[in-house]
Design a protein around this ligand. Structure first.
Ligand code: ZN
Length: 108
């Protein structure tokens, strides 16, 4: 798969999070290995992903990237909330099943 820089920048969040398919990961890694521009942007993305509070300090030359990074962080935050919601749902369901089993045993 031969990717251009624009497509690589679109895929970089998926690549960083390990959510891209194996063929996409291979293609993005190959592109990053030979494209200094994308490699630099990826390094910047990784740097700000490690410490999202630094987003406020991004120099103005990176202003367009700031929107991209904020969007990526918002997506990551929503994914985390979704995971917490799913775990809470499973725990609540498990507790309800236990409670119903106990009540059933008391009635018999
Ligand atoms: Zn590139």
């Amino acid at each position: 798969m031969n990717l251009n820089c624009e497509i690589v920048m679109d895929l970089i969040a998926l690549y960083q999070d390990g959510l891209a398919s194996p063929s996409t990961k291979t293609a993005v890694a190959a592109h990053l290995a030979h494209c200094p521009s994308c490699s630099r942007e990826y390094a910047l993305y990784r740097k700000y992903c490690k410490n999202p509070t630094r987003l406020r300090n991004i120099p103005s030359e990176y202003a367009p990237k700031e929107n991209f990074l904020r969007l990526a962080n918002r997506i990551r935050h929503r994914r985390m909330l979704l995971r917490i919601g799913m775990i809470s749902y499973v725990c609540a369901s498990f507790c309800m099943i236990l409670l119903m089993a106990r009540m059933k045993n008391r009635l018999i």
